[in-house]
Each structure stands twice: as structure tokens, then as C-alpha cells.
Design a protein around this ligand. Sequence first.
Ligand SMILES: Cc1cc2nc3c(=O)[nH]c(=O)nc-3n(C[C@H](O)[C@H](O)[C@H](O)COP(=O)(O)OP(=O)(O)OC[C@H]3O[C@@H](n4cnc5c(N)ncnc54)[C@H](O)[C@@H]3O)c2cc1C
Length: 391
Amino acid sequence: MDHHEVLIVGGGNAGISLAAKLLRDGAKDVAIVESESVHRYRPMLNYVGGGEATMEDLERPAAAVMPKDATWIRGRVVSCDPTGPSVTTRDGRTITCTTLVIATGLEEDWGDTPGLEEAYAAGWAGSTFLVQTAPKVWPAVRDLTNGRVVFSMPPEPAPCAATALKPLFMACDHWQRAGVLQNLDIHLALPGPTSIGVPKADSILEDALTAYGVQVLRNARVTSVSERQVTVRTDERDVVLDEIAYAHVIPSYRAPRWVAESDLAGTSEAGLVDVDPLTLRHRRHDGVWSLGDVADLGIKPSGGALRKQVAVLSPNILASGGGELQHYDGYTVMPITVARHQLMLVEIDREGRPAPSVPVLDPVRPRRLTWAIDRYALPVVYFRRILRGRV
Ligand SMILES: Cc1cc2nc3c(=O)[nH]c(=O)nc-3n(C[C@H](O)[C@H](O)[C@H](O)COP(=O)(O)OP(=O)(O)OC[C@H]3O[C@@H](n4cnc5c(N)ncnc54)[C@H](O)[C@@H]3O)c2cc1C
């Protein structure tokens, strides 16, 4: 039977950057279970959907991002015994470990939006949140000159849900420049009462939505999708939007089923891993930790949040024999383009208070500079520093 000191399930943003940091901090035996042969910088998917980037810009071979001193176990975990701890892969391999880290991210909950997969396949709907449909979004919205379009933001938990506004605003800016904006009937389904729940940012976003003539459905959830039709449930009523030219509808998300159905999960409806949101240690199983989108941390998940989580989790794992554990402050980030080349950066702590990384500039004010950093500088920092445990 295989055994490793630290076993990380998932080689995404969380798993790779944690493994790299642990090795830098002195860990000797770190293994990552990951089945995918391609690693993606997912924030760039929205720029693909806005016609500002290609899939090649965000994809790298997984082998190129694996830390060289980590063991890569190519497989898909299908079950876990958190008491061991141990995991079993789809091909029947059981791996035991001293420390287990769950970093699987979330998966689409297709059952929550019946008809959505079929609409993607038919081509009149798509989403930047899915690798398969992201490259088809821009050609579809770019060529629209009239008709009804629907955008949605997924309910929490979701991978940086607020960035669902990026393709909307990039499309609106394009339609405005093309002189067709007034011919389009644009709808947005928001899961909450305001755009993102941060007052200063909300006021800028609401102004932008009004300026582009977007009709907003609040406290709204897409409940079903059928032949060119999207049904949205709000507090008061079901709204049926039909004769749709294009729908950018994003599915709901949840933890992988094997996580949700094991004793890793707590009481969250999405089956997230039940960790102490400060130390990232499992509440019942001392040898188990979690970070990233799948961990129940009481925040809106984001890749930016991982920067702080990794900085806390690596020393905590190495100190787990008895040293003092560090605390994660709940930092997360929501970068949103309000025009093609203007971006606001909303950084908050667990209580929703502003937590700017660079306190001298007001990052919430949309700027071209912030957009250029998000589009061009951050991907370089991601591949060269974050995935190498250097941030
Ligand atoms: C369209 C989009 C735009 C975004 N924009 C931003 C942004 O602008 N800024 C920002 O900060 N964040 C953004 N995010 C969020 C960010 O990408 C995620 O928060 C981040 O990727 C989470 O990392 P993770 O490692 O927890 O999960 P993931 O990135 O989902 O990685 C999980 C990994 O685990 C693997 N895995 C899953 N299950 C198993 C299993 N059973 N066995 C083995 N391996 C498994 C998967 O193959 C995957 O490689 C965006 C996300 C999307 C989708």
C-alpha cells in the first residue's frame, strides 16, 4: 500500500500552490492526486468569453506546474476514510497518509438547473465557467445585433461567482461600441438583493447596469432552461424569459459527491469540507485539512483567497504535532470589469470589511491599470510565483 506524509487531493490552484509552499517550508514527502493532464488559470476564462484571451493563454501541461519534488499520483479519488486517513482512487488504489488535504474544488450541480446542459449542447447557451463552452461564448455574443439575452450569477458556493459579471459588462461595452446596445433586451439574474453585497462596489455596479440598460432580477435563481427559454425564480414570482437569442447561464456548484457523502462534510447544503475556518483543520479529524473552493470557510471562494490560505495552512500542517496554529482572516477578492478595459478590485475580509492589498490606491474604483494587472500581470505571477509557493 502507498503511504505519504502529506497527501493532497486535487492539483488545482489550491493543491499545487500548497504543495510547493510545503516543500519550500521543509516538508519532505508531499504527494498530489490529480487526473487532469492540463492545468488552467481559470480567472482567464472570463477574458476568453470577452474576446480578450484564448484558451492557449490559460492552459499549461499539468506536468509543467507540478512541483518537481512532489509525487504526482495520476488518478481520481472516489472515496475517503478520514479516520485513517486514506483515499481510494477510481482504479482501486488505496493511499494512506499522515496528513490529508482536500483541495478538489467544486463541481457543477447539473440537477439544480434542468435543461442547462442540453442548452449548452444546442449552442444557444454557454458559460465562461466551463472549459467546454468558454471559447464559444465570445463568437456568440460578438455577433448579436438584436434580441433577448440573459446572464446569471451562480449562488454561493461557486468559484468567484462575482466574476460572472465580467462577460456581461465586456459584452455590453462591445454592443455599445458596435451601436447595437439599444436593440438588445438584456436581463441579469442576481442571487442576492444587490450586485455583490459590498456597498461601495454595489453602487458603481448598479450605475453601470443602469447605464447599459440591463434589467435586473434580484434574489433570483435560474430554475430551468428549455427550448430558448429560461425560468428564473425570485422571492415574489417565477419569471419566464423566452425567445432568447443567447443565455450566459452558469450552473450551481457543490462539493464532489464522495466528499459530501463522507464524514468530511459538515452541515452545509453543498457538502463542503467541515474545517475550522481560522486554522483550516477538520473539526473532527485532526489529520485532515482543507482549503480552496471546497472548504467551508464562510467566505465567497476565490483564487486570490488562496494566497492567504496557503500562507496559513503550510505552517499549520508543519506545526500540527503541537505548535501554535496560525489564523486565516477570511480575505477574498472579486475582480470585475465594468467595461472592456476597466476593472474594479473588491477585496474584503470575512466580515465584509475592505481589505485592500495595496492600501494607497482605491482598488474599488474601476481603472485601466487594474484591468491590465488582472489581464496581463496576474497570469504571469500565477504561473511563476503562486504555483511555485513563492507568494
Ligand atoms: C470563470 C472563472 C473565473 C474566475 N475568476 C477569478 C478571478 O478573477 N479571481 C480569483 O481570485 N478567482 C477567480 N476564479 C476562482 C478560482 O479559479 C478558484 O477559486 C480556484 O481555482 C480554486 O482553486 P481550487 O484548487 O480550490 O479548485 P480548482 O481550481 O477547481 O481545482 C481543483 C482540482 O482538483 C482536481 N480534482 C477534483 N476532484 C478530484 C478527485 N476526486 N481526485 C483528484 N483530483 C480531483 C480537479 O481536476 C482540479 O484540478 C474564477 C473561477 C472561474 C471558474
